[in-house]
Design a protein around this ligand. Structure first.
Ligand code: SF4
Length: 319
C-alpha cells in the first residue's frame, strides 16, 4: 500500500533528506489515491477538481511512500516524534482502507495517533477508538455555512457539527480538534461565533491561514496579521480553560479582556505557536519561512521574533 507523508516527516524519519528550519514534531500521513480526493474543496490540491494526483497539501510536498518502508522508519526513529497524524481522503471504500492503515501504523509505534478524518457516523468513530486512535481532527475549515458552501466542502454544515458532537462523546472533551482556516472570505464575528461553538461543545480549534496551494484556483486572501493574532490569543485562552462567556459578550470580545491582553502582550506570546493536538507543530504549512509567520512551529523561532509578535498582539487588541 502507498501512503503520503509530508516531506518534513519523511526527513525526520530518514526516508529523505532536506534542510529544515524547524523539524516537525508529529509525523503527518495522508491516505493515498492516484486519482485524488473525491471532495471538491476549492483550496485543496488533493481534490479531483484539480485533476488529482498532486503531491501537495497547502504549500507542502507529500510524496507517496511504501507502507512497509514507513513502518520500519517509524519503529527505528521513535525518539524523533511525539505523535502520528493520519489524514483520510474520500475515495471508494476509503474507511476500510483507512482503518487498515491505522492498524498498520499502530503496530509500528507506541506514540499517540490522531485521526484527521472525513465526517463519519457514531459507529465509525467507535471503530477509530477501538483501533487505538487517541484524538480526532476534522477539517470544518469554514467558519460559516455560507463560506462552507462557497468553498465546496463535501457534506452539509449541520452534519459536520453533528460529527463534532459525536466525536466529543466518543473521545472526550479536549480530544477533538476542529481545523479552521482564516482568510476564506469570512466576517470576524463569524469566526468568533464558531470559536464559541467549538469550545461550548468541548472540542478545540486548530487555526490555519489561507494560503494559495500550487495548482489550485486563486480564491481566498491571506488573513491580516492582527486579525489572525486576535483569534490566536482568544483560541489560546479558550484552550487554557477560559469559558467562551468569560471572553465574549455575544460575538464581541469583552473590553476588560482586550485591556488585559493589551497591558501585557508578552504573557500571551505562546498563543502564536501552532495550535492543535499536543505535539503538533506543522512547520511552515501556511507560510514561507521568510514570513509573515502565522503559526510558529517552535519556541526557538518565536523567541527571535518576540518583540515583533508582542507588538502585533498589542495592536490586535487596540479596539
Ligand atoms: S491538530 Fe495536528 S495532529 Fe491534530 S489532527 Fe490536526 S494536523 Fe493532525
Amino acid at each position: 500500500m502507498l501512503v503520503r507523508a509530508s516531506i518534513g516527516s519523511q526527513a525526520v524519519l530518514g526516508i529523505t533528506s532536506i534542510k529544515m528550519l524547524a523539524e516537525p514534531t508529529t509525523i503527518y500521513l495522508l491516505q493515498y489515491s492516484r486519482e485524488g480526493c473525491m471532495g471538491g474543496c476549492i483550496f485543496c490540491p488533493q481534490s479531483r477538481r484539480y485533476r488529482g494526483g498532486s503531491n501537495y497539501v497547502s504549500r507542502i510536498d507529500w510524496p507517496p511512500v511504501d507502507l512497509e518502508t514507513l513502518k520500519s522508519a517509524l519503529r527505528n526513529n521513535h525518539e524523533k516524534y511525539h505523535r502520528v497524524c493520519i489524514q483520510s481522503i474520500i475515495k471508494p471504500s476509503w474507511l476500510n482502507e483507512y482503518l487498515e492503515l491505522i492498524e498498520a501504523i499502530k503496530s509500528s509505534t507506541e506514540k499517540p495517533i490522531s485521526a484527521a478524518v472525513n465526517i463519519i457516523g457514531y459507529r465509525g468513530l467507535l471503530m477509530l477508538k477501538q483501533k487505538g486512535v487517541e484524538r480526532v481532527g476534522v477539517g470544518l475549515d469554514a467558519v460559516s455555512e455560507k463560506v462552507f458552501r462557497r468553498v465546496g466542502k463535501p457534506g452539509s454544515w449541520n452534519a459536520y457539527w453533528r460529527f463534532i458532537e459525536d466525536a466529543v462523546k466518543v473521545f472526550g472533551r479536549d480530544h477533538v480538534t476542529v481545523h479552521v482556516i482564516l482568510g476564506l472570505g469570512e466576517k470576524e464575528e463569524e469566526t468568533m461565533r464558531t470559536l464559541r461553538r467549538i469550545y461550548d461543545i468541548g472540542a478545540r480549534a486548530a487555526l490555519f491561514a489561507y494560503t494559495h496551494a500550487p495548482g489550485t484556483a486563486h480564491f481566498g486572501m491571506r488573513p491580516g496579521i492582527e486579525y489572525y493574532r486576535r483569534i490566536q490569543v482568544l483560541n489560546y485562552l479558550l484552550m487554557k480553560g477560559w469559558s467562551p462567556s468569560e471572553l465574549f459578550v455575544e460575538d464581541k470580545i469583552r473590553p476588560r479582556i482586550a485591556r488585559m491582553i493589551r497591558e501585557d502582550p508578552y504573557e500571551y506570546l505562546e498563543a502564536v505557536l501552532t495550535s492543535g493536538c499536543p505535539g503538533c507543530n506543522r512547520p511552515f504549512y501556511n507560510e514561507r519561512p521568510s514570513g509573515p509567520i502565522y503559526n510558529y512551529p517552535s519556541h526557538k523561532l518565536l523567541l527571535k521574533d518576540k518583540d515583533k509578535v508582542a507588538a502585533e498582539i498589542r495592536r490586535a487588541f487596540e479596539m
